[in-house]
Design a protein around this ligand. Structure first.
Ligand code: PLP
Length: 405
């Protein structure tokens, strides 16, 4: 039986997950070492559980070598660990045909998207093709595509950029408008799974129907991998790009998953040099850890914390919450916030609010969050959550915010 407690707006808090969460929280040394602080910036980068730290230590003290080169034990072991992580990424993304997909390791989502633009998209597009760019999403998912357009134009290949349409109220993509916009020359669509400012799930599974079977869909999953199930089969996308460091792995980690059914494969780009073996080991372990913890539970926990914060904030007059206002009452997946809540104070600039909150022990992100030019025009404060955060932290934060009236 699911035990829940309800708050003012009827949202239920998953009380049945309290013990589960406590057992996981204590596995994060940096969190338990600082009970006076609350880390609320996991959308920027996440903290690391002991298992990840141990895996890195074990690797460096037992088998550190280069991958894919030597024939001695340490080198073989390193190669094996890299290949195992590749398989792990495919499995984690519910890849229905792992023998026909590839995984390329990067330093994060930005490098992953750039790699696709530079190493694949430039040779895939031809004169007169169209690409859809999500102009109100993260800059990392806009700049590479515009750069590709410029690069190709300089070589005489003219590609049209179509601006991804958004729904005014929910900030979800407008899939109906997208279907009208997309035509036979629309060959590439860039999209984001979870919006890094509004926290909404962008209902990416509807894109395929809107753009047809042949367009390549590239998904920025920076804010979804490690937070909710990301299934390449269900979403019917061709590229999934994510940051390992936001999914509990070491800084400087990320991956591109590429389905090779449409167009040329994302070639490894020839000689890539020495891979970030330590980071890759940490990524494999982080994915194991997340899987064992249960992605569904992590999603329930972080969305419930986001709902608790939104619920607390919506009654405080000086605050404006960005994103869908109706979200909590309706409770539909579009309108849930996936562990990200962004807001403004009417009279306090977001940078100042960030400083004030830190003086109370809360680490949040302030200002414009690298949103593209079609995004918010004034700064805001973003609270982003992971499995180590607690309802008590949220309640303390709401109390401090209430005192700033
Ligand atoms: C949606 C989204 N895309 C891309 C990025 C960039 O990720 P990274 O810093 O790992 O390159 C972020 C992180 O801030 C993000 O939230």
């Amino acid at each position: 039986m699911t035990v829940t407690s309800t708050r003012g707006n009827g949202m239920a808090f998953p009380e049945d997950l309290r013990d589960w969460q406590h057992e996981l929280r204590v596995q994060f040394p940096i969190i338990t070492a600082h009970p006076e602080l609350a880390y609320l910036d996991s959308a920027a980068t996440a903290q690391k559980p002991q298992a990840v730290l141990d895996a890195v230590h074990t690797y460096l003290t037992t088998s550190n070598a280069n991958a894919g080169r030597g024939t001695y034990t340490w080198a073989n072991r390193t190669t094996e660990l890299v290949e195992r992580t590749r398989d792990r990424v495919k499995e984690f993304l519910s890849d229905p045909a792992p023998e026909r997909s590839g995984v390329h390791f990067t330093s994060g989502t930005t490098e992953g998207l750039r790699t696709i633009a530079r190493d694949w998209l430039t040779s895939y597009l031809t004169d007169g093709d169209e690409i859809v760019v999500p102009v109100a999403d993260h800059e990392a998912n806009i700049a590479p595509w515009l750069e590709t357009q410029r690069l190709l134009a300089a070589q005489g290949t003219h590609v049209r950029v179509l601006r991804m349409p958004y729904q005014a109220g929910s900030h979800d993509y407008d899939h109906v408008a997208l279907a009208q916009l997309a035509g036979p020359r629309t060959r590439f669509v860039a999209a984001t799974h979870v919006h890094h400012v509004y926290g909404g799930n962008m209902n990416v599974h509807r894109i395929r129907q809107a753009v047809g079977p042949d367009a390549v869909i590239c998904l920025d999953a920076a804010q979804s991998v490690g937070h909710l199930p990301v299934s390449t089969a269900d979403l019917d996308v061709d590229f999934v790009v994510f940051s390992g460091h936001k999914a509990l792995a070491l800084p400087g980690t990320g991956a591109v998953w590429a389905r090779q059914a449409r167009g040329p494969a994302l070639a490894p780009g020839g000689w890539n040099g020495t891979p970030n073996t330590t980071g890759i080991v940490s990524l494999g372990t982080a994915l194991d850890w997340l899987q064992a913890a249960g992605i569904d539970r992590i999603e329930r926990w972080t969305t419930a914390l986001a709902a608790r914060l939104t619920d607390g904030l919506r009654h405080l007059d000086p605050y404006e919450i960005l994103g869908c206002e109706l979200s909590l009452a309706a409770g539909s997946p579009v309108q849930q916030r996936q562990g990200i809540v962004t807001f403004r104070h009417r009279d306090i600039a977001s940078g100042d609010l960030g400083f004030i909150l830190f003086s109370h022990g809360f680490m949040v992100r302030s200002d414009n969050h690298c949103q593209g030019s079609a995004g918010e025009k004034t700064g805001s404060v973003r609270v982003s959550l992971h499995v180590y955060n607690t309802p008590e932290e949220i309640d303390r934060l709401v109390a401090v915010l209430a005192s700033l009236r």
